[in-house]
Write a protein that binds this ligand. Structure first.
Ligand SMILES: [Zn+2]
Length: 76
């Protein structure tokens, strides 16, 4: 038990991968984390094509590895 009683569904979305702030599910990260990404990485992540999932995986791998968001490189 964590002591939290917030029912499922009370969330507006899922937690931000970087800082756990609840965010709308259409966003990859909260605004604060997003602002830390290099502009070129943000532009790549905003592109929605058949490589979008691969780019999202690179973003999340980077976040999970604990490296600074400003060092993200999107190669897909
Ligand atoms: Zn965040």
């Amino acid at each position: 038990m964590t002591g939290r009683s917030t029912p499922r569904g009370a969330y507006t979305g899922r937690p931000c991968r970087g800082c756990r702030t609840p965010i709308p599910s259409r966003l990859y990260l909260c605004g604060d984390c997003w602002d830390q990404l290099p502009p070129v990485a943000r532009r790549a992540l905003n592109r929605r094509d058949d490589q979008a999932t691969a780019r999202l995986r690179q973003l999340y791998d980077h976040v999970d590895s604990g490296r600074p968001l400003a060092e993200l490189e999107i190669t897909a």
